[in-house]
Design a binder for this molecule. Structure first.
Ligand code: RAM
Length: 929
C-alpha cells in the first residue's frame, strides 16, 4: 500500500498524527529488496529520544542496527532531515541529507545542514547498508526540536513576590495567572525555569514529571530551563496556570549551613508558547499581571525536610475559576537571562516504590517503619486524622546497637516532615522540595495503623537508564553489586554527591572521579556527566584550580586537591571511553589543560609537593593491625595524580589531533615521572610509603621503570598478605587495586580481597546488612558501635568503585580504548574466587553486550553477545583442549578469525552475533572449582 499517497490527501491534524505514529511504529518499507530482519532502531539525538530543547548547533544522531545475523557491519549510512514527518518519508521538504556516506559510524553523527533556528523542529530518519550488501528500510521518523537559542527569544520577565527580606527556610511562594485562548490549539510548549526549584501546574494538572527542576548548576553562570509539551493541558477558552517555588540549591542551606549562595530571592521565569491550528501564535509569559500568595508549604529545605500545613491549601488555585482577589501582585526583576541554557542531562524523576517491610516499636518506644532499603527520596502517605492534628516523620539510615532510631550521623540535617491535617477524612501527601536519605522512618503524632495500604517510600534520582546488570553465583557479591547500584541511585540527584542525608550533599570531585568508571557500567551517565563537567569548567578558577566540590559552594581556597581536582581529566576521559564521545573531550579540553597548568605552576623541578590534599581519604587506619601503617604520603599521591592527569591530557590531545600539545605534555610527563622516581622510589623499587595505595598508584599510572614493575606488584601482594588479605586503601587507591593485581597476574589476590568478609573489606558491610555502600570501611564497627558521627554516611559511592573491576575483569566486558564506546569490544572473563558463574550485560550505543560464564565439573561455558556494527576480541581463559562454539570446533567456523594461543589463553576475533563457547578448563590455582 502506498500510504504516503494517501496521507497527501489527509488534511486533519489528528489523522496526520495517526499516520505518523504508524510510520514511527512500523518503520517505512521502501520499494527495494530489503531483508526483513535487518533494520535500524533506537534513534536518539544528543542522547535523548525526541528531545524538545536542543541547543547544540550541530546536533549528534545515533542509531542501532537490528539484526540476528552474525558479523554485521555498517558500511554506509544515509540520514535525511526534514521539516515535516510525512513528507520526509517521501524525501520531500528536506532540510538536509547526508547522502550515502561510506562509514561504520552509527553513534554521534553530526547534523551537517544549514544553521538551525530557535524552536525549529527537525524530523529525521536514517538507513544503512551492511557488509553483506543489504540495506535497511528507512528507519522510523524521530525528531528533535531546537530550544531557545538567543536571549532575545525570552519575552518573559523574572517575577518575584514583594517581600525584600531574606526568607530562606520560609514559605514557598505560589505564582498564578489566568488567561483566555480563543482558538483551537495545535501545539503548546512551556519554557520555564526558576531561582529555586519549581513545580508547575496548568488547569489543575502537574506539568511534566520532573522533580527539583531546573536542577543544580553553577547558577550565576549557567541556569537550565526546562521545556514541556503542554498541548494536552490547555483548552480553548479560560485557562489558569500556577507555579510553586522552593529554596532548593539556589538559596537553601548548604555546607556549614551557608545559605543564599546564588541569591536571596526566589523567582520565576515562565514562557508559554502556543500555536493555534490556524498558525497564529500566542505567548503567555511571567510579568506584572501574575499574582502571588503563600500556601501550605510553610518551609522546605533539602537538609531539613518540609513543613506542610494542609489547612492552608488553596484548593483549585491553578483552575480559572479560583478567586484570587486577596492575592498579592508580583514585581518584575531584571535578573540576567544570558546564563540560560537548555537541560542537557537527565532530570530527576520518581523511581522505585518501597512498601513497609516491618512496622515496629524500638526499645526506646519509638514507632518505626523499616523500608528494607537505604534509599534517597521521600515518603508518601494516605492517612486519616483530625483537623489540626500534626504528624511528624523522621528519617534515618540505620538503627543503633540497641535497635533504636539513630540520626546523629545526619549532623544538623533534620530530615523531618511535618504535616498538619486539614480535615477528618483521608488525606494524601508527598513532599515537594526536599529529599531524605533513609531506610527507617520514625512516626510521631499518629496512632493509627501504618501499613502498605497507607504509606510507601519512593526513590528519586536522575533519570538515567539502567544499562548494566551484573551477577554471580555468590549472593554476597550480588548484594555488593546491589549496594553499588543503590549508592549510585541515591547520590546521582542532578549532580554526583558524596552523601544524600547529612548536612552536606555536595558534588565532591574526588568521590566522582573514583566512581565514574563504575557509574558508566551501571547506568547511562553520558548526559549526566556532560552537564556536570560544564559546571566544572564554569567554576574552575582562573589559575586552573578545580574546586573541591562542583557546583562550587565553598570558598575560593577550597580547591586544587590531588585526586579530587583530577576529576577534570579523569571524568572526560572516562566518558570518552564509555561512549566514544569525542565532543566531551573537546568541550573539556581547555579545562583539562588548565588543571595540569595549575599543577605545573605549583611544582618545582617537576615535583608537586605543596598544597593541601585529602590524600588517600578514609584509608584503613584501625588498631587491629599496625597503626597508621596504611598511611600514604600525600605528596607522593599528588605527584602520582600529576602524572596521571598529564597522561590523560596527552591522550585527549592525541584524539583531538593537537600534535603540539602531545609533544609538549609527553615531555612534561617524562619529567614528572622521573621526579616521582627520584623522590619516592629507591633504586630497587621500594616506595617511601610501603602501602597498598602507594604501589597501586605507581603501577596503575605506569610511574615505575619497566624493570621494577613486577617486583613492585609482588611487594603489593606481600603487603596485602601481611594484612591477611584485607584491603587498606582509601578513596584514591581503591578504584585501581584489583585492576593492578589482575594486570600483573595476581587476579587470585584480587579475588581474595573481593571475597574477604571481615573488616576492612567490601563484603564486611554486606555481612552487616548494608543495602548501600558506606563512606567508611567501618561505618559500623565490628563491635556494633558506630564510627564518628561527624562523618559517617551509609550511602556514599566511592568504595563502590570496585564495580568497574567486577564488570571489566570478572565478566571481562571492556571497550578497546582505540575504538571506544564499545565499538570494538574485548571480552576477557577471569573466573576465580570460587565462583561457579558470573554474568554481565551492558547496553551500549551499539546494542547489548553480554558475557556470561559458568563452570561445571571443569567444563567452562561462555555465552557472548556482540551487538551489530561492533566487533570483539574474545579471550578464553585457561584453555586445555578443543573449544567448541555452538557445538562446532571453532577452527571450522569462518566467522571466527585470528585464533591465537597466548600462554594458556585463546584469543579470537568475532563480529556481531551470539556465541556459545564450551571447553575443559585447565585447573588453575585455588580459586577455580
Ligand atoms: C567528606 C566526604 C567526601 C569527601 C570529603 C573530602 O566530606 O567523605 O566524600 O570527598 O570529605
Amino acid at each position: 500500500m502506498n500510504y504516503i499517497a494517501e496521507t497527501g490527501a489527509l488534511k486533519k491534524a489528528g489523522l496526520s498524527i495517526v499516520i505518523l505514529l504508524f510510520i514511527c511504529c512500523r518503520g517505512f518499507a521502501q520499494a527495494q529488496n530489503v531483508p526483513v530482519n535487518f533494520r535500524v532502531d533506537n534513534l536518539i539525538c544528543e542522547y535523548k529520544i525526541n528531545p524538545i530543547a536542543v541547543d547544540a548547533a550541530n546536533p549528534r544522531m545515533s542509531w542501532k542496527l537490528i539484526t540476528q545475523d552474525r558479523n554485521i557491519q555498517q558500511t554506509y549510512y544515509e540520514i535525511r532531515v526534514g521539516t515535516n514527518a510525512v513528507s520526509l518519508t517521501k524525501g520531500k521538504d528536506l532540510i538536509w541529507t547526508s547522502g550515502k556516506v561510506p562509514s561504520d559510524e552509527s553513534a554521534h553523527v553530526y547534523y551537517g545542514g544549514p544553521m538551525l533556528t530557535s524552536r525549529e523542529k527537525c524530523y529525521w530518519q536514517v538507513r544503512v547498508w551492511n557488509n553483506k550488501n543489504q540495506v535497511t528500510p528507512w528507519s522510523m521518523v524521530n525528531f528533535w526540536k531546537m530550544g531557545l537559542l538567543k536571549q532575545e527569544d525570552w519575552s518573559a520577565k523574572w517575577i518575584q513576590d514583594n517581600y525584600q527580606s531574606d526568607t530562606t527556610g520560609g514559605p514557598s511562594p505560589m505564582f498564578r495567572k489566568t488567561f483566555k485562548l480563543d482558538r483551537k490549539i495545535r501545539a503548546a510548549h512551556l519554557y520555564i525555569t526558576a531561582h529555586g526549584v519549581f513545580e508547575a501546574q496548568i488547569n489543575g494538572k502537574r506539568v511534566g514529571n520532573d522533580y527539583f527542576a531546573p536542577g543544580w548548576t553553577s547558577y550565576n553562570k549557567r541556569l537550565q530551563y526546562q521545556v514541556y509539551d503542554v498541548t494536552s493541558l490547555l483548552r480553548k477558552g479560560e485557562n489558569a496556570t500556577g507555579v510553586t517555588i522552593g529554596d532548593g540549591w539556589y538559596r537553601g542551606y548548604t555546607y556549614n549551613r551557608k545559605k543564599n549562595v546564588y541569591g536571596k530571592k526566589l523567582a520565576l521565569l515562565y514562557q508559554l508558547e502556543i500555536v493555534y491550528t490556524n498558525g497564529k501564535r500566542e505567548l503567555i509569559t511571567s510579568d506584572k499581571s501574575w499574582k502571588v500568595a503563600y500556601g501550605p508549604i510553610r518551609s522546605s529545605s533539602f537538609f531539613d525536610g518540609e513543613v506542610y500545613d494542609a489547612r492552608k491549601e488553596k484548593s483549585g488555585w491553578t483552575e480559572p475559576l479560583y478567586k484570587d482577589a486577596t492575592w498579592d501582585t508580583v514585581k518584575t526583576d531584571e535578573s540576567i537571562k544570558s546564563n540560560l541554557i537548555t537541560t542537557i542531562g537527565p532530570t530527576v524523576k520518581k523511581h522505585e516504590k518501597f512498601l513497609p517491610l516491618k512496622v515496629f516499636t524500638t526499645p526506646a518506644g519509638e514507632k518505626v517503619i523499616d523500608f528494607g532499603q537505604n534509599l534517597v527520596g521521600w515518603v508518601q502517605f494516605k492517612l486519616k486524622a483530625k483537623t489540626g492534628d500534626t504528624i511528624r516523620l523522621f528519617h534515618a539510615e540505620v538503627l543503633d546497637q540497641k535497635g533504636n532510631f539513630y540520626t546523629k550521623n545526619l549532623r544538623t540535617a533534620k530530615q523531618e516532615i511535618t504535616y498538619v491535617f486539614k480535615s477528618d477524612s483521608v488525606e494524601s501527601y508527598e513532599p515537594h522540595f526536599t529529599f531524605q536519605g533513609f531506610r527507617y522512618l520514625k512516626v510521631v503524632g499518629y496512632s493509627g495503623p501504618l501499613d502498605s495500604t497507607n504509606i510507601a517510600a519512593y526513590a528519586l534520582y536522575s533519570d538515567m537508564a539502567q544499562t548494566g546488570k551484573f551477577s554471580t553465583s555468590n549472593p554476597l557479591v550480588n548484594q555488593l553489586q546491589h549496594n553499588i547500584q543503590w549508592g549510585q541511585k541515591g547520590n546521582f540527584i542532578d549532580v554526583p554527591t558524596d552523601c544524600p542525608q547529612r548536612d552536606e550533599r555536595m558534588g565532591w570531585t574526588g568521590d566522582a572521579q573514583a566512581f565514574v568508571r563504575t557509574a558508566t557500567f551501571n547506568m547511562d551517565v553520558a548526559g549526566f556527566f556532560t552537564k556536570w563537567l560544564k559546571d566544572l569548567s564554569a567554576d574552575q578558577h582562573r589559575d586552573g584550580a578545580v574546586p573541591y566540590v562542583i557546583p562550587n559552594v565553598l570558598d575560593s581556597v577550597s580547591s586544587a586537591a590531588s585526586g579530587w581536582s583530577d576529576v577534570a581529566t579523569i571524568a572526560p576521559w572516562t566518558i570518552y571511553l564509555a561512549y566514544g564521545d569525542k565532543q566531551v573531550l573537546q568541550q573539556q579540553y581547555e579545562s583539562m589543560k588548565a588543571w595540569v597548568g595549575y599543577i605545573q605552576l605549583h611544582s618545582r623541578n617537576y615535583l608537586w609537593d605543596t598544597g593541601n590534599h585529602f590524600g588517600d581519604w578514609l584509608f584503613y587506619a584501625g588498631t587491629n593491625y599496625e597503626d597508621g601503617a596504611a598511611l600514604t604520603d600525600k605528596n607522593l599521591i599528588a605527584q602520582a595524580f600529576y602524572a596521571y592527569s598529564t597522561q590523560l591530557l596527552i591522550n585527549a590531545a592525541r584524539i583531538l589531533k593537537r600534535g603540539d600539545d602531545v609533544q609538549k605534555y609527553t615531555q612534561l610527563l617524562y619529567n614528572v615521572k622521573k621526579a616521582f622516581q627520584s623522590e619516592y622510589v629507591t633504586p630497587n623499587g621500594r616506595m617511601i610509603s610501603g602501602t597498598q595505595t602507594s604501589y597501586v598508584l605507581a603501577l596503575n599510572f605506569d610511574l615505575l621503570p619497566e624493570n621494577l614493575r613486577e617486583s613492585a606488584a609482588k611487594r603489593l601482594v606481600n603487603n596485602i598478605q601481611d594484612y591477611d588479605e584485607h584491603i587498606t586503601t582509601g578513596f584514591l587507591g581503591t578504584p585501581y587495586i584489583c585492576h593492578v593485581l589482575s594486570r600483573f597476574g595476581h587476579t587470585d589476590i584480587a579475588y581474595d580481597l573481593l571475597m574477604k568478609e571481615s573488616y576492612p573489606s567490601w563484603l564486611y558491610p554486606v555481612k552487616h546488612g548494608a543495602t548501600t555502600i558506606w563512606e567508611r570501611w567501618d561505618g559500623i564497627k565490628p563491635d556494633g558501635s558506630f564510627e564518628d558521627p561527624g562523618m559517617n554516611s551509609f550511602n556514599h559511592y566511592a568504595y563502590g568503585a570496585i564495580g568497574d573491576w567486577m564488570y571489566r575483569v570478572i565478566t571481562g566486558i571492556n571497550t578497546d580504548e582505540n575504538s571506544p564506546g564499545f565499538h570494538r569490544i574485548i571480552i576477557s572473563p577471569h573466573p576465580g574466587g570460587k565462583l561457579t558463574s558470573a554474568q554481565a550485560e551492558l547496553e551500549t550505543l551499539y546494542g547489548r553486550v553480554k558475557s556470561a560464564w559458568s563452570i561445571d565439573n571443569g567444563i567452562f561455558t561462555l555465552d557472548v553477545i556482540v551487538p551489530p556494527n561492533a566487533t570483539a576480541e574474545i579471550v578464553l581463559p585457561s584453555v586445555t583442549d578443543q573449544i567448541t562454539e555452538n557445538g562446532l570446533d571453532i577452527n571450522t567456523e569462518k566467522e571466527i578469525t585470528g585464533i591465537q594461543k597466548i600462554g594458556n589463553d585463546e584469543h579470537l576475533n568475532v563480529g556481531s552475533g551470539t556465541y556459545h563457547f564450551v571447553y575443559t578448563l585447565k585447573t588453575f590455582g585455588k580459586h577455580v572449582n
